[in-house]
Design a protein around this ligand. Sequence first.
Ligand code: FAD
Length: 486
Amino acid sequence: MGKETAFKEYNRELPHKAAPADRVKNYNEFVGLYSDEELNHQSARCMNCGVPFCHAGCPLGNIIPEFNDAVYRKDWEEAYEILSSTNNFPEFTGRICPAPCESSCVLGINKPPVTIEEIEKHIIEIAFERNLVKPAAPLVKTGKKIAVVGSGPAGMAAAAQLSKAGHLVTVYERDDRPGGLLRYGIPDFKLEKWVIDRRIQLMEESDVTFICNTEIGKDITAEELVRNYDAVVLATGSTIPRDLPIEGRSLKGIYYAMDYLVQQNKRLGNSPVEVKDILATGHDVIVIGSGDTGSDCIGTANRQGAKSVKQFGLMFQPPSQRTQHMPWPSYPTILRDTSSHEEGCERVWGISTKAFLGDEQGNLRALKVTDISWELDDFGRRVKFQEIEGSGREIPCTQVFLAMGFSHPQHEGLLQQLGAELDERKNIKAKEGIYRTNVSKVFACGDARRGQSLVVWAISEGRETARKVDEFLMGHSSLESKDAVS
Ligand code: FAD
């Protein structure tokens, strides 16, 4: 451990962010980098506590106190080696992870936690700058062929690990470019796409083949795929959006969030946009849904010059104080304010949507809502809600984005052709820790198996699945696992 007293001397500081009024003028990332001294101070704040809860709080099992210490000592090679031993893509998590590690940081009990996510981003960017990040070069080639379906973070992580184990990996992607939601869901202002391209290039140099514009189940049948490969990994994501089937749903101006976000990402990436442009310019926008997807719609609408932006959620306003049995020092991350909220958005809590109202031409003109109140149990959990009498009203709007999450992966095509068993939530059934489906030599990971989740979980599942595939093919595996570090 670097400096024992640092956590008392230095406060948590984040790198400089461009001011909201400036950053909405473009789609660039707007979080800067620490100076050398700032990075040194922030890493020194890690207390190297006896039981590092951060390590368990991270779905990847990142070895955080050790890399913080290496950063403090400016040993970049060691810091990179430690970080990359558990995380294939710190450049993604270091930018967009909600950082459950920081919520688990012991320093966080009394003071703001260590800036683990930022430190992670600095380690990987410094490692790239110093040419420490090299293509994987396995000692042996096994001659086994593996197909990964889907090139999001789960598929990428599975492919990277399987390639490291010496297998020949082909990743199939139905979109025109690899990356999954990293590329066409998450906007550039959170993750610029050169970051993905840089990693894909490295993977290609490690002999991973990416085949885009190819939908398995349509362009290649599931049967053909299984016949031609020694193992198949399904990493197809959770893509079916939740709808809001209330009166007026068919009016013009109501869109799924993903139809909107994908278009903007494609526009910026110079990829063809297939359908009519959806632009928020000049619109009174309402985003329905309080998660990351909703936030990304807000940031995008502000950058496109929306007239006004509101966000509605069924959720209730986070309590300003802990309730008697509330276990968290601060309210869980799902309801946090994001950078998009800083850029301009009226956030409306505890709203139930009743009907979309239109004009004579069939265009959306308002949303009819009522306020609701929640009955909470002693732990602050929502038990049931009721509408507040007399609170019904119309809120003018000309565009609505539905960002209420995703229910499950697409079943038609690939999954139906395979005869893949589904779990009770209609995701692919494959037990966590085992990752095998009911279909011989077919495995599943990421959002398609777990349900909609986080990038860090997708990477974690991709890595763990790769180990299981390797064991299945070779009888043993020397790939790292958070459960069984070799
Ligand atoms: P995906 O990233 O969905 O990738 C699946 C890929 O499979 C897609 O490219 C799809 O085209 C391809 N595919 C599907 N079927 C086929 C087929 N039959 N043949 C070929 N290819 C196929 N998480 C965070 O941690 N932080 C965030 O800030 C964050 N922001 C988000 C913002 C938005 C708008 C959304 C929608 C999600 C966000 N998430 C965020 C969640 C995160 O992106 C996902 O949990 C993660 O990408 C899941 O990874 P995956 O690899 O399982 O699936």
